[in-house]
Design a protein around this ligand. Sequence first.
Ligand code: SAM
Length: 313
Amino acid sequence: MFSYRHAFHAGNHADVLKHTALMAILQHLTQKDTALLVVDTHAGAGLYRLDGDYAQTSGEADEGLLRLTAKPAASPAPGKKPPAGGASKAATAERAPALQAYLDMVGSFNAKGRHRVYPGSPFIIHQLLREQDRLKLFELHPTDARTLLANIGQLNAGRQIEVFDQDGFEGLKKFLPPPSRRALVLCDPSYEIKSDYPRVVAMVSEALQRFATGTYMVWYPLIPRPESHDLPRKLKNLAIKAGKGWLNASLNIKSNKLGKDAAGEVVRPGLSASGIFVINPPHTLKAALKEALPQMVALLGQDQHASFELESG
Ligand code: SAM
């Protein structure tokens, strides 16, 4: 069984990128009245505690959400210089609308000024759905699937949301094409097993054959492994072959080189970069990310390797 549990990673920099983009896409797609089907092929547990054992052990939200919500440093004492660097400047600047919408979304799950709960993709999506829209959630890990079912149960959403403790790569097929001919698919695997990379490509390829006009959003890690760098290239080829538009955005917050701690022990830097690849992106997505990504770099970046890329075709 898999050991990946999203609770360790909730609210990290990858979630900031992924959930900001997810919201920007959904906000656009829900402007048309026609019903939208949303399929989340790798849903996770739905809600996470940032003050729970899992999150506290990893502290990953400290490098993501909590850096965005931290209060700007106090003004320097008279006669002292303000701290150098873009992050402090960015902390006081107005947030890009997409980033602000994301922060407002997370804030709506928490008492003012506190960040104890982090909404995963199922809850973010649910918040943006209208009555006519439907959400299908797949989660294979038995514990997370049970937690997801219990969390979703509290929404009393009835038939609007269905949870499947099944393989999301396989499960997507039966929902395409949707009767309303409008769909967003979020594919957010843990890539714990190498076969996730080819399975993403196979799933998107088949989905495009079944329903070429759907919007497909894939999250991927950028790690020192050829498969992870090949994945966006392969998805781009699929989009080009199908004659569909695409957008690729990535965020890097720090060097991925091994470091040393104060005691001279080698420390692994953890995930330093990730990306999203979207096929049939809304025409508004690029502009939204063009404003938000430099702010993510300024606020989350930890060294001179911090950067973003944004391209589309
Ligand atoms: N999408 C979630 C979010 O943004 O809040 C996070 C999902 S997490 C990165 C990936 C999840 O996929 C894990 O909970 C894992 O148990 C689950 N998983 C792994 N393989 C799966 C598969 N083949 N089908 C469905 N879920 C799977």
